[in-house]
Ligand binder design. Sequence first.
Ligand code: AMP
Ligand code: GLY
Length: 421
Amino acid sequence: MRFLLIGSGGREHALAWALSASPIVSKLYSAPGNAGIAEVAECVPIGAMELDRLVEFANVEKIDLVMIGPEAPLVAGLWDRLEAAGIKALGPSAAGGVLEGSKGFVKDLCAANDIPAAAYKRFGDAGAAKRFAAELGLPVVVKADGLAAGKGVVVAETTAERDRAIDLMLDRPGDELVVEEFLEGEEASFFVLSDGENVLPLAGAQDHKRAFDGDKGPNTGGMGAYSPAPVLTPAVMEKTLERIIRPTIAAMAARGTPYMGVLYAGLMIKDGEPKLIEYNCRFGDPECQVLMMRLRSDLATALLATRDRQLNHLDLRWSEDAALTVVMAAKGYPGEYPRGSEIRNLAAASQVEGVQIFHAGTNQEAGKLIATGGRVLNVTATGRSVGEAQQRAYRAVELIDWPEGFCRRDIGWRAISRKQP
Ligand code: AMP
Ligand code: GLY
């Protein structure tokens, strides 16, 4: 099978690494890829948002299946474009991408289908939004939606913060937002594949969103992750599937927009009861990296079965081992950071037992490995426990010579400090 993988981050390196080991993949292309991906795939210099060129390349190269890593090309309709040209691709469609694209849509879908989630209302008017937020008390969560969606999510601890967020998110005509109840508990992510009808559970993970140790500092795309997530017990996973994921897939099918592809549920879990915080229409980054380390079955077969609506015939095997990844980022990330510094000694670091280093933002220039992004490397390890995986990952981090980079020193602390039952 001829395979094309779209994207250039650590998530895509982990996917490329798994796909390159597949007995059914005869040729693996990556667009645009990075220096790590280039070790396992042929990289082609086409950006993830160059939709015309991607469709043309897939046509000319007779690609049998396209996997789209990041959300932006999915939401922009790359899946729809490829399929219209007769090329099989992993979705979702742009219509399915609404599960990530519109917070208000997901809230309404949950309410209409009794899916456990935070109480909420949608507003276009600041006065009404503030009155409802006052009823909910503090803290309270304000989420931009519709045209304002880029303005993010604010967990407001004070009335001033709350009112400022509402005013900012509704400052133009047509802006909308969601005000919702603050959920207490522990966050975790759960990943599934869906072919539009059937659901195949993958695995759970937890990430660290804040930039600095102790979960302090600004939010980032994720500074590390591990799998499995101890809070996602088999019972919690079963509840998540039955009460949240399956009703969502059924509702999407019923409205004529079946959801096909990877579905990532962000959950809040309290006393063994999961509630949905949000959906994403893709693998998490860096959660994907730890999932791929634990997957024992063939990824390409699973992705093809998803596209071909054959998921009911498939079962996946997962390692009992834990996996953990430490993100090494350029100093300054998630703010401004310099590019172009050299990274040395990766080969030695890769030799540490159980370690795989995925590249997230690198380039090879004149025989040197150069940092080109904010998140640059994902130092990933397996072990019998999260603790062992953590020790191995940090042993490898110590060997990497990159003075311009930094990482958190406490990835996995929550799982490691948890009392074993
Ligand atoms: P979202 O973009 O919806 O995932 O929100 C970003 C982050 O805000 C989540 O990962 C949570 O940490 C937090 N968050 C969002 N909604 C809630 C909620 N209802 N209660 C508590 N925390 C929330
Ligand atoms: N690591 C969080 C995300 O991929 O959205």
